[in-house]
Design a binder for this molecule. Structure first.
Ligand code: PDD
Length: 277
């Protein structure tokens, strides 16, 4: 595959970064994951706006205008044969001698790669997935899409070790989100998802789900559900750019609702597929 690194398109195995990059030494950077359908970056303007917000949150100056980002992204998609892809974009604070204090006058490092965007498994839509709950051990700026994913990785691995596909995170007795997804509970026909604050990532897929629900007159509240409400929910879903919206049918080994993907999920999934076309 062809990647983009600091102004150049080159084969992935020829791309090299310094061991002094602050992304490598300090996890000092932010990222985006952007789905590409049939050669077109999906909801690109929204991803670029969130990138701007993340950069602002960590005090890195945006190295490119939206026009420049769009050009780089369109070129990278074409160089990787269009079709469906998952684009990964990251900006780190740059290369400097190791120091917690920001370096002065250093250009950020910019890296983009194209990964396969695998279609969501049919079995996930027919049977749903398994999830576990675990304590949300992350910091208090989860609204920043930081490359520093050690906590997320530990929690996702805990799910994997339990034979589950996602970990749902509990902070102070309330569901925040998944280790790599936003989360939803459906209770008596009403969809709940945690509000946008420093405890969750403002998911692009989440925003779309909220808009689709509003247009279809499906009741939805941006309100966090308690752990006990979650355990009694009729439906649980997760969403992300790479997985769209997926039903959870087993939580900590207990059946969720009917044990099958629920009717509200079916409706949202259909709306999502329609919107994607
Ligand atoms: N993760 N919350 C967290 C913690 C995430 O890592 C993600 C996505 C989301 C969903 O956001 P969006 O709908 O914008 O993809 C929510 C990406 C896919 C990743 O890290 O690979």
């Amino acid at each position: 595959p062809t990647v983009y690194l600091n102004g150049e398109f080159l084969p992935a195995d020829k791309a090299q970064v310094s061991v002094y990059d602050r992304g490598y030494l300090l996890g000092d950077g932010v990222y985006e994951v952007i789905p590409v359908y049939a050669g077109k970056a999906f909801l690109l303007e929204r991803h670029l706006q969130r990138l701007q917000n993340s950069l602002h949150g960590v005090r890195i100056e945006n190295p490119h205008s939206n026009e420049q980002w769009t050009q780089i992204i369109e070129d990278l998609i074409a160089k990787n044969n269009n079709g469906d892809q998952s684009l990964y974009l990251q900006v780190t604070r740059g290369v400097a001698p190791r120091d917690h204090i920001f370096p002065v006058g250093v250009a950020p490092s910019v890296f983009l790669m194209s990964n396969p965007l695998l279609p969501v498994a049919e079995s996930w839509k027919i049977e749903g997935i398994k999830a576990i709950t675990t304590a949300d051990i992350r910091w208090m700026r989860c609204d920043i899409k930081a490359i520093t994913l050690l906590a997320n990785s530990l929690m996702k691995q805990q799910a994997q070790d339990a034979g589950a596909q996602e970990a749902l995170l509990i902070r102070d007795n309330y569901l925040t989100e998944g280790s790599a997804s936003n989360a939803y509970a459906v209770i008596d026909g009403v969809i709940f998802t945690a509000p946008k604050d420093e405890k969750v990532l403002p998911g692009i897929t989440r925003d779309l789900i909220i808009e689709l629900a509003a247009k279809a007159d499906m009741p939805l509240h941006e309100r966090a559900v308690s752990e006990s409400a979650l355990r009694n929910a009729d439906e649980i879903w997760i969403s992300s750019s790479t997985k769209e919206v997926v039903p959870v049918t087993l939580l900590d080994g207990e059946i969720v609702g009917s044990g099958k993907p629920g009717p509200i999920w079916q409706q949202m999934h259909a709306l999502f597929q329609q919107y994607k076309q």
